[in-house]
Design a protein around this ligand. Structure first.
Ligand code: ATP
Length: 366
């Protein structure tokens, strides 16, 4: 296995700047998940690493070897795609052994590697089948098997589960986690799925407009998003954002707008006076919004809200609340048992509030 280093990697298609000086290091045996909105350059980055796309500027190293001009076949990288890309006229076994046969590997070695991969992926009984005789999940296993037999230095997964239904996706997600433990491989994995990112990643890399916004463990990225983009992108349902101006009253700091006067404790922003007048955005995850009895119990200062809609999710409930004209989503334990139109007390879990500068969009609390 291997580490991977991107240094100031830039990609232009015609004059369009797609990747803008990407700097990143993926360590040996690491599982890095890349997330970001559609079109931000995730696939392009993987394709450049695999050698399928030219690099406009910058350097890519695999195991300390510069690979900018190295042929894809020499990079020892295997890529697994969303659409499986199996050869329809070949059996599972032939699909899995294809790259080794092309390389003219000894027959015994091919047999051994295919058998081993088939065992790992529970494909042993399906080796003689054609792709069209397989379910979506089985096809994706074959695509992964085809990557495993090559014993690559790095596995690249480009949204490998997005063609599967929710249940199968869950199963395959666990399979990939097990596979990672077993192979101890370096994996770079692109997904749109928050749960896949949070559960599979050793570190998450959040991208937007061809720029890496933050790299960190799932918990770091979730608990301490470095800017408004990451805060809004990571987490489902999305974080609530409350805009306003900071104002000092006595020795206390508040966020004020037309609807809300929100106490900002000094452990979030110290040196209160320095922030007086600053335009900010306060972020609060729906799980950190306290409503009704919980708000009355935990917070000294509460906001007056009105319940608009509630959605029962099973053991949790989404409450859409209006505080003046500001909408706040709270996710609370079922059953909240209040009708739409009811007045409710609202407050936020201060420890988990996030404060961002409105102009720079950067996080300003610790
Ligand atoms: P998605 O999540 O939708 O797969 P992505 O983040 O993987 O998106 P890319 O596929 O890397 O995004 O594409 C990044 C940008 O580059 C897009 O605007 C896309 O239209 C553009 N692009 C990709 N390939 C080419 C190409 N061969 N020629 C011109 N533009 C391209």
């Amino acid at each position: 296995m291997a580490d991977v280093k991107f240094s100031k990697v830039t990609k232009k298609f015609n004059e369009n700047l797609i990747l803008n000086g990407v700097d990143a290091e993926i360590r040996d045996h690491e599982f890095v998940v890349i997330v970001g909105p559609s079109g931000c350059g995730k696939t392009t980055l993987l394709r450049m690493l695999a050698g399928l796309e030219e690099i406009t500027d910058g350097e890519i190293h695999i195991d300390n070897v510069l690979v900018n001009n190295m042929h894809p076949s020499k990079r020892q990288i295997a890529m697994v795609f969303q659409d499986y890309a199996l050869y329809p006229h070949m059996t599972v076994e032939e699909n899995m052994s294809f790259a080794l046969r092309l390389r003219k590997a000894p027959k015994a070695e091919i047999k051994e590697r295919v058998t081993e991969a088939a065992n790992i992926l529970q494909l042993t009984t399906l080796l003689k089948r054609m792709p069209k005789q397989l379910s979506g999940g089985q096809r994706q296993r074959v695509a992964i098997g085809r990557a495993i037999v090559r014993k690559p230095k790095v596995f690249l997964f480009d949204e490998p589960l997005s063609n599967l239904d929710a249940k199968l996706r869950e199963e395959m997600r666990v399979e990939i986690a097990k596979l990672y433990q077993r192979l101890n491989a370096t994996i770079i994995y692109v997904t749109h799925d928050q749960v896949e990112a949070m559960t599979l990643a050793g570190r998450i890399m959040v991208m937007n407009h061809g720029i890496i916004q933050q790299v960190g463990t799932p918990i770091e990225v979730y608990r301490k998003p470095v800017n408004l983009f990451v805060a809004g992108f990571i987490g489902s349902p999305t974080m609530n954002f409350i805009r306003g101006k900071l104002k000092v009253e006595g020795d206390k700091l508040y966020l004020k707008n037309d609807d809300i006067s929100l106490y900002i404790p000094s452990f979030l922003l110290s040196k209160t006076a320095e922030h007086d007048g600053r335009e900010v955005v306060v972020g609060v995850r729906p799980d950190d919004v306290l409503v009704g009895g919980a708000a009355r119990e935990k917070c000294s200062e509460k906001l007056d809200g009105m319940l608009e809609v509630s959605e029962l999710l099973g053991h949790r409930e989404n409450l859409y609340i209006k505080v003046g004209d500001t909408r706040v989503l709270a996710t609370v334990e079922a059953f909240f048992n209040q009708s739409p139109g009811s007045k409710v007390a609202v407050c936020f879990n201060y420890e988990n509030m996030h404060v961002f500068d409105k102009a720079t969009t950067q996080r300003i609390n610790g």
